[in-house]
Design a protein around this ligand. Structure first.
Ligand SMILES: Cc1ncc(COP(=O)(O)O)c(C=O)c1O
Length: 363
C-alpha cells in the first residue's frame, strides 16, 4: 500500500493556531518585536521553572547557541575535543570560533562520544571538550565530570536534541560548564528557529548575556566582542504556545517508538538508552549493511515514505572541513543508520505500515 500523501521524517510540533494567535496578541499589544522583550523573558522564566534549571538565554538558533557557549568560556586558543557522530553545527561552531576540532570516536551502543577514549586524546593544546547527547541519549556525564576536573578542561554540552531529559535528578541542561539547546522546528520543543544557552554560573550568564546583544553590558557599554543572537518576540510567542503541550507530545513519540520497536524486533538494531532519560526525538534504526539500508530507503520512497540518514557521513569523512581523522566506529554506524518518520501527529497505523514495509524490504 502506497501512502496517498508523503510521510516525511518529521513535522513540526504545532500548538493549536488559536493558542498561538492569543499569544501573538500580547506581542502586538506591546509593539515590541525584539531586544529581550517581555515574551522572551517570560519564556526564559517558564523554561527555568519547567526544567528546574538556571534561567537560559534564548537565542536565534542552536548553532548560534554553540558559538555563544564557546565564546562565553573565554578559552585560550587551542583544540576542542568533540564527536564525529553529530550534526555539522557541533564541529562547524568550533571551527568558526577559531579552534581546532579533534574528533574522538563514539561508543557503538549509545552513539555518544566514547569516554574511555577521551583521555588518550588530551594534549597540551586541549582547551575544552564538546560532547553531544545524541538523539537525546545522555552522555556519561559523571565520567565526563571526572575528566573535566582532573584535567581542568571545561565541558560544553551540545544538548540540541535533549529537551526535557533528566539525569541523576538534574536537567540535562544543568550538566557541564555550559549547555546548549536547539529549538529548531524539527526538535521536541520548537520556536520555529531558536536556541538556548544554559550557564552553570551567574558570571558566565552575564558574559553570554552581553555577547548575545552586541557585547553590551547592563549599563549599555560595549565590554567585549559580541554579536546579534537575540530571539524575537514572535519566536518566543510560539514557544510559549508550544511549551505547555510538550509532555503529551513526548508521550505520543514514546508510543510510536515502542510500536516501531515491537514490529521491527530483532531484524534491526536500536540505540541503547534508558527509557526514563530519553525524549524520543528521533527513531534511529541500524541495519546490518549499507546495502540493506539503501534497499529499505528505496522501498519506503516507492511507498511515499521519506526517512533520513542521520548523521551521514560521519564528520570524520568531511575532509572539506576537517583534517582526516579516522573514526571507524562512527563511520561504520553512519553508513548503516536511518531515522524513520516520527512526530506527534503521525498515526500509529502509519507507523505499523512503515515498519511492515521495512520488513518486506528486508525479507
Ligand atoms: C546535535 C546538533 N547540534 C546543533 C544543531 C544546530 O541547531 P539549529 O538547527 O537550531 O541551529 C543541531 C540541529 O539540528 C543538532 O542536531
Amino acid at each position: 500500500m502506497k501512502f496517498a500523501d508523503p510521510i516525511y521524517i518529521t513535522r513540526p510540533f504545532m500548538a493549536p493556531l488559536e493558542t498561538f494567535s492569543e499569544t501573538l496578541v500580547s506581542v502586538w499589544d506591546s509593539q515590541w518585536f525584539t531586544n529581550n522583550g517581555p515574551r522572551v523573558r517570560e519564556l526564559e522564566k517558564k523554561l527555568a521553572t519547567k526544567l528546574n534549571t538556571n534561567p537560559p538565554l534564548l537565542v536565534t538558533n542552536g548553532t548560534v547557541a554553540l558559538h555563544l557557549a564557546i565564546r562565553t568560556l573565554e578559552l585560550q586558543q587551542g583544540t576542542i575535543l568533540t564527536t564525529p557522530f553529530t550534526w555539522i553545527a557541533t564541529s562547524s561552531s568550533i571551527l568558526w570560533e577559531g579552534y581546532t576540532a579533534k574528533l574522538v570516536d563514539i561508543d557503538p551502543n549509545t552513539f555518544n562520544i566514547d569516554v574511555s577514549k577521551i583521555e588518550d586524546s588530551i594534549t597540551e593544546d586541549t582547551v575544552a571538550i564538546m560532547a553531544v547527547h545524541v538523539f537525546s541519549n545522555p552522555c556519561d556525564v559523571i565520567a565526563l565530570e571526572r575528566i573535566s576536573k582532573q584535567y581542568n578542561l571545561p565541558i560544553i554540552y551540545d544538548a540540541a536534541h535533549a529537551f526535557g531529559v533528566r539525569v541523576a535528578g538534574k536537567s540535562i541542561f544543568s550538566w557541564g560548564d555550559i549547555s546548549t539547546a536547539s529549538f529548531h522546528a524539527t526538535k521536541v520543543f520548537n520556536t520555529a528557529e531558536g536556541g538556548g544557552v544554559f550557564c552553570s554560573t551567574p558570571e558566565r550568564y552575564e558574559v553570554a548575556y552581553s555577547i548575545r546583544d552586541f557585547g553590551f553590558d547592563r549599563e549599555r557599554n560595549i565590554e567585549r566582542l559580541g554579536t546579534n543572537a537575540k530571539m524575537s518576540e514572535i519566536h518566543a510567542a510560539l514557544g510559549l504556545a508550544n511549551l505547555p503541550l510538550i509532555e503529551g507530545a513526548v508521550e505520543k513519540r514514546r508510543t510510536l517508538t515502542e510500536t516501531y520497536r515491537t514490529i521491527l524486533g530483532e531484524r534491526v538494531g536500536f540505540q541503547q538508552y534508558d527509557p526514563d532519560a530519553y525524549n524520543y526525538a528521533y527513531m534511529p534504526v541500524i541495519f546490518k549493511t549499507e546495502s540493506e539500508l539503501l534497499r529499505v530507503v528505496e522501498h519506503l520512497n516507492a511507498h511515499n515514505v521519506f526517512p533520513r540518514r542521520y548523521f551521514h557521513p560521519s564528520l570524520s569523512e568531511m575532509t572539506v572541513l576537517l583534517p582526516d581523522q579516522p573514526c571507524p566506529v562512527a563511520e561504520d554506524l553512519a553508513s548503516r543508520i536511518l531515522c524513520l518518520p516520527l512526530y506527534p501527529t503521525l498515526e500509529i497505523e502509519a507507523v505499523e505500515q512503515i515498519a511492515k514495509l521495512i520488513l518486506q524490504a528486508l525479507a
